[in-house]
Design a protein around this ligand. Sequence first.
Ligand SMILES: Nc1ncnc2c1ncn2[C@@H]1O[C@H](COP(=O)(O)OP(=O)(O)OP(=O)(O)O)[C@@H](O)[C@H]1O
Ligand SMILES: [Mg+2]
Length: 381
Amino acid sequence: MVSGAPANDVDLECRRLVKRFGGLAAVDDVSFTIAEGSFFSILGPSGCGKTTLLRMIAGFQYPDEGDILIKGRSIVSVPPNRRPVNMVFQHLALFPMMNVAENIAYGLKRRGTPRSEIAPKVQAVLERVGLPDSGPMRVDRLSGGQKQRIAIARCLVLDPALLLLDEPLGALDLKLRERLKVELKELQSQVGTTFAYITHDQSEALVMSDHVAVMNEGRFVQVGTPQELYFDPQTAFVAGFVGDSNRWTGRVEDADTTGVKVVTADDLSLLGAPAGAGGLARGDRVEIFVRPESIILGHDATRLGAVDNRVRGRVENILFDGANSRVMVRDGASGHEIMVTLPQTGEFAALSRGQEVHLGWTLAQAKCFPAGDDAARAGAA
Ligand SMILES: Nc1ncnc2c1ncn2[C@@H]1O[C@H](COP(=O)(O)OP(=O)(O)OP(=O)(O)O)[C@@H](O)[C@H]1O
Ligand SMILES: [Mg+2]
């Protein structure tokens, strides 16, 4: 698992890492471990400290506090080129004057690998990344996705214990990113190298990773499997950052063992379940999250069954996107716009703007977090 694992199963361990720039703690007391052969992602908004963290692991930046261990040994005083770690950058730097094979061979030559071993190693890694015939090609003839695979091949050929990837798909168009995230996951499981991958794209992190750390303002807010983060977020920040949600703010009117009754800022009365650490009491300010796919949509109220929360509204907009289609419904009472996943049954194929619909969801699907919880955790409140 993520912490406290025995050292021999752990490729990387960071202990209480801190990096300050002036008064700002870009990385603020971060501890975690990555198990050997796993795909670990660090997911967080721009500026939260992801690159700074990776640069410390690679050795390009020296931590102010804390320790970094690879296979149980501290590497903080080992220079970058002597660490069993390689880094793939967001803005990759292939050498334009060299062909693909020369680009990949570069690191091996610098390391003094015998000439006779270089060509077979280069060919083997090109096959691993699915570009076996590209060796003689000029780098500027490659597509963006091919360049990215060559950049990864150039690191893999050095056989690192740990590959660090800093938003390697960030510069590519959406379609290509969609394809490469599947390829990259397959590649990682084939080669078995440990990957530490940073991204601000939650879909990339969820699709590829064994474990994901959600990072905000220099800290790890939650570490877990993609499913744990999605279904059991521990803070409002994670609930809001991972996956889509409908969101309300409100105040607890009543609390008992079955759940809480909340009145939202726009005067909707909801039943919800306390989420995260600590309970909720009458009078507490809360943020409520309901996923669009957990809302039942009906032409009338009979469809909803025994749900705890019901809303009647009008279709404001239909966002057709094949299997990911959604409808925006304006709640007639509160005026709140609610996003609902459109069922794939065809029952709502003729749904049109302005039509009245009924919505319902259970108490368990309305997760209530104390408002300002994340700020309090980050010590910024
Ligand atoms: N060399 C530096 N000197 C001063 N401040 C820095 C330096 N490097 C990073 N920072 C600051 O540290 C914070 C974290 O930066 P970092 O690049 O690690 O964020 P990031 O999560 O990688 O963001 P992005 O997703 O935009 O790449 C930012 O506020 C940034 O301005
Ligand atoms: Mg960055």
